[in-house]
Design a protein around this ligand. Structure first.
Ligand SMILES: Nc1nc2c([nH]c(=O)n2[C@H]2C[C@H](O)[C@@H](COP(=O)(O)OP(=O)(O)OP(=O)(O)O)O2)c(=O)[nH]1
Length: 142
């Protein structure tokens, strides 16, 4: 019992924000994680960690600008789903937003590559474990 209490106290939640950008044909943008990063080569939704003092929405707008070179307004990102997954010593809470409008053309500024994929085709991509439950949700939502 004491051990269980200690384990709970030491567990650190790791919030990460990500966006499913949807284009006019109902496809979702995914990007491939670069070499040297954890889970290199896997396809993910653009996004990342929160900086100290940042709201999830501000972090997502910043990450989309840094990673894709696009500008997104707070009104354009809709909180939609989350995933919860053990990630090494921490526990990932992946907060997924939908976004259908932005300005600029997405470019792979951080990732190896970006691609636009129909939600049903996400099943065929190698994605992080946390993302897998989100695919079926996106198929129904988009
Ligand atoms: N962006 C993103 N991260 C994901 C997804 N699924 C998933 O498990 N993750 C994990 C991978 C990483 O452990 C973590 C995101 O951290 P990161 O290191 O990529 O964040 P970052 O962009 O702030 O990276 P950095 O600049 O600090 O290198 O979340 C996803 O769909 N999108």
């Amino acid at each position: 019992m004491a051990n269980a209490v200690i384990e709970r106290a030491e567990l650190v939640l790791f919030p990460v924000v990500a966006a499913a950008l949807i284009d006019g044909e109902g496809r979702v943008l995914v990007q491939q994680r670069p070499p040297g990063k954890m889970m290199a080569g896997l396809w993910e939704f653009p996004g990342g960690k929160l900086e100290p003092g940042e709201t999830p929405e501000a972090a997502l707008i910043r990450e989309l600008h840094e990673e894709l070179g696009i500008t997104v307004s707070a009104a354009s990102i809709v909180p939609t789903a989350f995933a919860s997954e053990r990630l090494g010593e921490r526990h990932l809470l992946l907060l997924l937003y939908l976004c259908r409008t932005w300005s600029g053309t997405p470019r792979a500024l951080d990732a190896v590559a970006i691609d636009w994929v129909a939600p049903a085709d996400l099943h065929a991509l190698a994605m992080p474990p946390a993302d897998l439950p989100l695919i079926g949700l996106l198929e129904r939502l988009i």
